[in-house]
Design a binder for this molecule. Structure first.
Ligand code: HEC
Length: 96
């Protein structure tokens, strides 16, 4: 019976290790400098108006998207230049 107790120990250590590994993984995911551009777009661009206005926008090149996103950014600076660039690239790729 004692043998059973002892053999359980490595398993729980392994389990704790796995938990810590995933804890660290999620920490690095949160601290990442490259957040998902889709989430950025949905989060930042729905603050003042619906996303339908973006989906029906006529822009077709990265320059045009970037100019428009920069203009939106100037309204309240609620997202950084890096985020503006990521959003413009995302829109150029996904809104055709
Ligand atoms: C601070 C509020 C605010 C935020 C944040 C904002 N918008 Fe706007 N947006 C406006 C207002 C106000 C208008 C209408 C007046 C205008 O066109 O400037 C508008 C108009 C638009 C239009 C239609 C006019 C045009 O220029 O084509 C598009 C497309 C658009 N927004 C996209 C976006 C995108 C993409 C984002 C996120 C990067 C965003 N908006 C974030 C306030 C905002």
């Amino acid at each position: 019976m004692i043998g059973k107790k002892v053999s359980l120990k490595p398993v729980s250590v392994l389990f704790a290790g796995i938990l810590m590994f995933f804890g660290l993984l999620s920490l690095t995911a949160c601290g990442s400098n490259t957040p998902d551009p889709k989430e950025l777009y949905e989060d930042k661009c729905s603050a003042c108006h619906g996303l339908g206005i973006v989906e029906s926008a006529p822009y077709s090149s990265l320059e045009e998207w970037q100019a428009m996103v920069d203009r939106m950014q100037d309204k309240n600076r609620s997202f950084s230049d890096t985020e503006a660039k990521a959003i413009a690239e995302y829109l150029n790729e996904n809104m055709k």
